[in-house]
Ligand binder design. Structure first.
Ligand code: 5RP
Length: 224
């Protein structure tokens, strides 16, 4: 199977996973990226059962609306029943690297509000240790050089993602050559740099369950 076919398979499995959990009171959190896009398209098949969603990016909100699925402002909901999103890397504790699509801050906010976070990924994303994928860091534009110098002190090689402005009006630094043996500590250390809005390590709020698409089928993996 191609990577794209695996993404479709896991998005379909996510729909089956959430269906029994949702009712007319439920709010579904929607992620960002190509895997999340497949999930949105499948969700449209049951849109009569979907009363509310919250999107983690403008792009996902636009896609949901194009299907006629209602999108709410997060400030108008108390709780998100279940959040479905992809990832760039997932480790066995279900800590993640996210932000390949530059939506990491809104994704982190939606994950924080969600009762259950379902990560959907193809097999290539599952790793023993986070860090081969360059770590996205969202930064206030005026702090770009300062934050980059601090990231070098932490051992990484930050690269400005040219031409990208986040939904929050900020820039992204991608940190290369930066293996992450202690994701919780590193997430906090980077957040402590003044000018950082958030970083793509999701360890303090990891996924609750991983649906992982492999050639043998979609596996359900709980944190080890
Ligand atoms: C966007 C993300 C995505 O979930 C991540 O980049 C995975 O994307 P894809 O499903 O296209 O492989 O974090 O900010």
């Amino acid at each position: 199977m191609t990577q794209d076919e695996l993404k479709q398979a896991v998005a379909r499995a996510a729909l089956d996973y959430i269906k029994p959990k949702i009712d007319e009171e439920s709010v579904i959190g929607i992620g960002t990226g190509s895997t999340a896009n497949y999930f949105i398209d499948y969700l449209a098949e049951i849109k009569a059962q979907v009363n509310a969603t919250v999107a983690s990016s403008q792009a996902s909100a636009d896609r949901l609306k194009s299907h006629g699925i209602p999108v709410f402002d997060l400030n108008t909901v108390d709780e998100i029943t279940v959040y479905v999103d992809g990832a760039d890397e997932v480790d066995p504790s279900l800590a993640l690297i996210k932000g390949g699509g530059a939506a990491l801050t809104r994704e982190k906010i939606v994950a924080a509000v969600a009762k259950e976070f379902v990560c959907i990924a193809d097999g290539s994303k599952f790793v023993d240790q986070l860090g081969n994928f360059p770590l996205p860091v969202e930064v206030i534009p005026m702090a770009r050089s300062y934050v980059a110098r601090q990231l070098v002190k932490l051992g990484g090689d930050p690269v400005y993602r040219e031409g990208v402005v986040t939904d929050n009006g900020n820039i992204i630094l991608d940190v290369y050559n930066f293996m992450i043996p202690g994701p919780r500590i590193t997430e906090q250390k980077i957040n402590d740099i003044v000018g950082v809005v958030s970083n793509g390590i999701f360890a303090r709020r990891p996924a609750d369950i991983l649906l992982l698409a492999t050639a043998e089928g979609v596996k359900q993996i709980k944190a080890q």
